[in-house]
Design a protein around this ligand. Structure first.
Ligand code: ATP
Ligand code: MG
Length: 144
């Protein structure tokens, strides 16, 4: 077993302050894991988009974020972030992933943008069953 304890953090989301919290904690963990400034910002932005969706669409604007260290396919350091809520869910995931698709006044860029910012993204959802979105990013060799 690895002697070093790996990082794992649970951030409750309840309204706007949760977004700010999760965003800055994700950035801090990314920095600790050796991600460069640009990737730190990408990760922070992804967390910000997904948690903003919780505040906008989930019941009571509540949900949670788990941020943890994970090893990538080539054993490189990486971060995994799981953003979940027990809101109304997303009935058609493929449709919601399209640019410009929004059920509110948003630009419909949050989900497709997050996909581009991260290396992996998985959405588990359905009408009436809440939403779990898992995103991952691996650190580049150079740490950039
Ligand atoms: N956690 C969620 N629970 C329920 N529906 C969601 C959730 N996240 C996204 N959706 C649905 O997917 C749509 C697309 O989300 P996306 O973040 O791409 O766009 P948006 O939030 O409408 O606009 P933007 O993020 O550009 O401000 C949303 O309009 C909403 O209908
Ligand atoms: Mg959004």
């Amino acid at each position: 077993m690895n002697a070093r304890e790996s990082t794992e953090l649970l951030v409750p989301i309840e309204g706007e302050s949760g977004i700010v919290n999760a965003r800055s904690l994700a950035r801090n963990i990314a920095r600790e894991l050796g991600f460069g400034m640009v990737d730190q910002s990408r990760i922070a932005t992804a967390v910000s988009e997904l948690t903003r969706n919780i505040v906008r669409y989930a019941s009571g604007g509540r949900g949670e974020v788990v941020i943890r260290e994970v090893a990538g396919p080539a054993d490189q350091p990486g971060v995994e972030i799981v953003v979940s809520d027990e809101g109304p869910g997303i009935a058609d995931i493929e449709f919601a992933m399209r640019e410009g698709v929004s059920s509110s006044t948003g630009l419909g860029m949050g989900l497709p943008g997050t996909r581009r910012l991260m290396d992996e993204m998985k959405i588990e959802s359905g009408a009436g069953r809440g939403t779990v979105i898992t995103i991952r990013k691996w650190r580049r060799q150079s740490g950039k």
